[in-house]
Ligand binder design. Sequence first.
Ligand code: F0G
Length: 351
Amino acid sequence: MGKGIIETYKKFLPINSKTPVFSLGEGNTPLVKSRNIVDEIGCKSLLFKLEGCNPTGSFKDRGMVVAVAKAVEKGISSIACASTGNTSASAAAYGAYLGLRTTLIVPKGNVARGKLAQAVAYGAHIAMIDGNFDKALEITRELCKRHPVELVNSLNPNRIEGQKTASFEIVEELGMAPDDLFIPVGNAGNITAYWKGFKEAFESGLSDNLPVMNGYQASGAAPIVDGAIVEEPRTVASAIRIGNPASWELALKARDESNGFIDKVNDDEILSTYRRLASDEGIFCEPASAASLAGLLKRVNSGESFEGKTIVCVITGNGLKDPDIANEIKPVSLNEYPAQIESVEEALSLS
Ligand code: F0G
């Protein structure tokens, strides 16, 4: 383990003798058991797949390593993507590792601070546009048509191939697919990839079952749920602030083939779950990542029973990505003291 996903899952990926094999340590992420929230759900077991433990702090690294390897195989030295932040951080990291020119087209004012800082540090060329993610993606697709530049958004099938490996890891660890998978949905690449992975695990005999796929969008950015493009998507969860998902149809297919659901959770539900994941389970994720568990809690609160079920919630990105939202959490206790033991002792008091 720890070899990276190209080496580990070669036979499931579009890898041939000419494909460079490398890794920044992506994949093999923890599947952590809930200790506290599980009781409220009333299921057999609740697990969190911590994708924030990937090298750039989000699940994007799984697909990016394959997309970049295939670009290098083709002799391409320039990559580009549109992004709400995580795809761009990941592209910039792998671009830096391989010595590629990385161009990022991002919506101005809509990328969390940690993500932008990563892209800058990795040395990417960043174009901020006066428009949302959907516009940025439209421009990036056109740029890649006009120039010898590889598009590394999830429209690139190699991204989906890499991302599907998260399903293999879950199946290997549980010895089966979960009964239900809960996952945030933005551009809808990840739900597409997980479903592909679970189907391939099933077809190749790694699992005897398939999960029900439960995707969650944010209420102000829920085109799939509402059945219409959202011109001005709004949500506190900037990662999934997307009004016209590229993999819309494939997300519907994952939902329908798995007898699943795609629904929405509002910002209050996202933020309260985001805080609870940290304070009740020790899992600090970014707001968008909390949409998976927020969706499950919403279903439980509306009376649905998950008795006997094994449930996995995908936690897509690390909490440090979005320090501005994190700074809005009210501290349990955060006071200043003189630098003396007697004064600081007060901090131990229960009052
Ligand atoms: N969670 C996080 C932390 C994300 O960054 C994203 C997407 C999603 C969930 C949704 O995944 O788009 O495959 O449905 N981020 C993209 C980006 C759009 O540009 O980083 P999806």
